[in-house]
Design a protein around this ligand. Structure first.
Ligand code: ATP
Ligand code: MG
Length: 224
């Protein structure tokens, strides 16, 4: 569940205040999926970063699964960030760790009480769904772009978050791979009733989402 009311965000450029988000509203029920379109510089990544608790809202209210982000202190925000799923365009895999350890890294931090055996079973199941089970021992630099992308998706979903934010997750893939990866991501989120907000420049990819909004003049406009 995501609820945003009258969100504002500006950046300072020298002495000038430049508005990026101005009076934005968004309401997503549990498990709803949203594709976010918008010109370069429209503020899509800024909005994702605010929803992910990485940037503070300057005015307005952001609530994700009953967590009111403005009311969180530093450690609560850190906990919140570990509980959600994040996928960025540059996958940010850890080069020193193999695929399996990359997928489990965050989850181990977030849930130290879960046994190694249980994590291994979950890892195997997730890797099979994403077609990377045979690559668990490989290192990021040994993977293709599409494989790296699927590792990033596995990492974002392995701890069954309630919400996933994806910033152009297929930006570096060809059209066919983009469609495949996006179908996997939306299917997995649907199966687990996960809210998915995905930024994309591709109207074609956005068509696969039940809800499409475009960011313009600091607000969200309905597209479909
Ligand atoms: N760290 C920063 N410092 C100053 N300005 C920034 C910073 N990050 C983004 N901006 C500016 O804020 C505006 C919104 O940027 P944002 O990254 O949210 O856009 P976007 O919609 O994600 O664009 P793109 O489609 O190119 O990724 C842009 O004008 C950008 O130049
Ligand atoms: Mg961006």
């Amino acid at each position: 569940m995501i609820e945003i009311q009258d969100l504002h965000f500006h950046r300072m450029e020298g002495q000038q205040q430049r508005s990026i988000i101005q009076g934005l509203h968004l309401s997503l029920g549990p498990g709803e999926q949203l594709a976010l379109l918008g010109d370069s510089g429209a503020g899509k990544t800024t909005l994702l970063h605010i929803m992910a608790g990485m940037l503070p809202a300057q005015r307005g209210k952001v609530v994700v699964n009953h967590t009111v982000l403005q009311h969180c202190n530093k450690s609560e925000l850190a906990q919140y960030r570990r509980a959600i799923g994040l996928i960025f365009q540059d996958y940010q895999l850890l080069e020193a760790l193999n695929v399996g350890d990359n997928v489990l890294f965050q989850w181990r931090l977030q849930a130290p009480a879960i046994s190694k055996a249980a994590m291994k079973i979950a890892l195997q199941a997730m890797a099979e769904k994403l077609g990377i089970a045979h690559r668990l021992k490989a290192y990021p630099h040994q993977l293709s772009g599409g494989e790296q992308q699927r590792v990033a998706i596995a990492r974002a979903l392995i701890h069954t978050p309630k919400v996933v934010f994806a910033d152009e997750p297929t930006g570096n893939l060809d059209q066919q791979r983009s469609l495949e990866v996006m179908a996997l991501l939306t299917d997995l989120c649907r199966q687990q009733n996960i809210n998915l907000v995905m930024v994309t420049h591709s109207r074609q990819l956005a068509q696969y989402f039940p809800l499409i909004k475009q960011m313009k003049h600091g607000q969200l406009q309905c597209v479909n």
